[in-house]
Structures are given as C-alpha cells and as structure tokens.
Design a protein around this ligand. Structure first.
Ligand code: BV8
Ligand code: ZN
Length: 248
C-alpha cells in the first residue's frame, strides 16, 4: 500500500485535465520488452541498425522481420492494470489524454479514448513509393517484406524511425494538451528520445504538476514534482483507487 503525499492528493482533488505521457515501461508488464532495459529490444539489436530508414533500404528483410517479431509479441500481449487504470480515469476527470511513444496499441485496447501516438502504430503500414496504406492484417503471415499491390514498392511499418519527423499535427495537438493540463504523469519512459520528451517539459513550463512513475530514476526525474518508484501496473491502480475512494 502506498500513502501518497498530501500535495499530490490535493492536486488530484483539484485537477480536471490529466495527461499520461507513456513509454515502453508501461507495456513491460504486458510482456512487451522495453528498448533499453535488461531484456531491452535494443540489447539484441541496435536502434541505428533497425529503427531507421536507411537500414530498411539497405536490408528491408531484416527490418521487416524485426517488426513482424514485435507485432507477434504485441498480438500475444494484453493491456495490463496500468493501461486499464488510465482508461478508467476518464470517468473521474473531464479531460484525460494519453500521449504515448509506444506503437503497441495497448492503450487503445484498454479502452482509452484520447490517444496521441507520437511514434506511429506498428499495425499500420504504407508503401514507400506511392504511400498506399496497408494495415497489419494484410501481412499477418508474410515473412518476406511485402510489395505494394499497385506499384510494387517496398512496404514499411507506419512508425517514426530515428531521424524522421514526428507526425506534426499529432505532436502539436499533444503539446497543446500538455500546455493546458493540471497533472502530467510520466509513465515508464527513460525520457531520452526527443522531441517526444519535450511533452512533459511543456506541461511543466505551463504550470502542470509532474508525477513520474518508474522502477528507476530517469532523465526526467529532476523535473518531476513527485517520483513514485515501482511498477506502473501496480501504482496506477492505486492512484485510481485513491481517486475512487476520494481519499483526499
Ligand atoms: C527527429 C518508433 C529530426 C519505432 C522510436 C533533440 C531534438 C530532436 C531530435 C533529437 C534530439 N536529440 C537527439 C535526437 C535524435 C533522436 C533521439 O532522440 N535520439 C535519442 C536516442 C538520443 N530523435 C529522433 O530521431 C526523432 N526524430 O528528431 O527527427 C528531424 C527534424 C526535422 C526534420 C526531419 C528530421 C524520432 C525519434 C523516434 C524514434 N522512434 N520508436 C519503433 O518503436 O520501432 S523511439 C523508441 O524509443 C520507442 O518509440 C520508445 O517508446 C522510445 C522511447 O523509449 P522508452 O519508451 O522511454 O523506452 P525505454 O526502454 O528507453 O525506457 C523504458 C522505461 O520504463 C525505463 O525508464 C524503465 O525503467 C521503465 N520501466 C520498465 N519497466 C517498468 C518501467 N516503469 C514502470 N513500470 C514498469 N513495470
Ligand atoms: Zn506503392
């Protein structure tokens, strides 16, 4: 059981707009490996080898297989109590926004309504030549990198690779939500990937109260007003029960 600090409970009581800025750590308890943790995805592979356009052009098959491997893990994973707690918060606050760096769809599958996917979505794909769009179901079984039906071009996952711009409309709307929120929760992220990591900083600059939920301190810990160390799948449901029982 955690006894939350009085100032945090006070903020919860007066808040109406929440932002949950999430990273790979929120999905760790769903069985999806994080990027930089012990079992990190990058341990076996390096970001520069896989999550960037030039590697895809040089070796489309290798990059495609990595994403098929991650899609398979994603398909076998379920949202965990942390995702569900965030979704249920929508009943108790007027505006709950999820700004996620994750591409795994678990927030949506947990029932969250307002989600900004800053780095895209692993179940979506497009042709690099004519930009025709394809969703994951078209290629569930395809081991080989698929070719576009209309032009024969290579098909890639619709995620943001290193060196690529984030979807501008998604990012600016997420920034505007961050600038207006009362509390910004930073959940399960090492906070080293930019410009995504600007989101909590924008919230802070506009007067939001920052709560970090992580098993370790991170790059963003110094900006947080309150750091809750532990697994997000355990801490988020405790915050939800504090809200439901009006512990403040
Ligand atoms: C761009 C999608 C330029 C693909 C990913 C300054 C400004 C702008 C850019 C840069 C900059 N400095 C450097 C850059 C370049 C680069 C960057 O940030 N590099 C970093 C590594 C230094 N940024 C870019 O390239 C971005 N693009 O800048 O374009 C530009 C500008 C104009 C015009 C053209 C171009 C694009 C970055 C996006 C890259 N794509 N993913 C895919 O998924 O395959 S990044 C990847 O990292 C994932 O999206 C992931 O979400 C993201 C962040 O990682 P985390 O989510 O934080 O995961 P991590 O493993 O690191 O941490 C997990 C945390 O969870 C840990 O803290 C752990 O303790 C915790 N945890 C674990 N278990 C639990 C837990 N917490 C709670 N409970 C648990 N149970
Ligand atoms: Zn095409």
């Amino acid at each position: 059981m955690i006894h939350f600090r009085e100032d945090f409970l006070g903020k919860l009581k007066s808040a109406s707009r929440l932002v949950f800025f999430s990273g790979a750590g929120i999905s760790a308890e769903s069985g999806i490996p994080t990027f930089r943790g012990e079992e990190g995805l990058w341990k076996k592979f390096k970001p520069e080898e896989l999550a960037n356009f030039n590697s895809f052009i040089r070796n489309p098959q290798m990059v495609w297989e990595w994403y098929q491997y991650r899609r398979k893990i994603g398909k076998e994973s379920l949202p965990n109590p942390g995702h569900f707690a965030i979704a249920e918060m929508e009943k108790y606050f007027s505006d709950v926004t999820v700004v996620t760096q994750n591409v795994d769809n678990l927030h949506r599958r947990a029932g969250s309504k307002n989600i900004y996917e800053l780095h895209g979505n692993i179940e979506k794909n497009f042709c690099i030549a004519c930009h025709s769009r394809y969703d994951f179901l078209d290629f569930q079984e395809s081991v080989d990198v698929p070719r576009c039906k209309s032009c024969g071009g290579l098909i890639r996952p619709d995620v943001v690779w290193f060196g690529e711009m984030l979807p501008q409309d998604v990012f600016s709307e997420a920034e505007s939500k961050a600038s207006k929120c009362d509390i910004c929760f930073i959940v399960g992220t090492s906070g080293i990937v930019y410009p995504a990591a600007f989101i909590p900083l924008t919230a802070k600059q506009n007067g939001a109260y920052l709560v970090e939920i992580n098993i370790n301190p991170t790059e963003l810990s110094s900006t947080a007003d309150y750091s809750l160390y532990g697994r997000s799948g355990e801490i988020l449901p405790l915050i939800l029960s504090a809200v439901k029982s009006k512990e403040y």
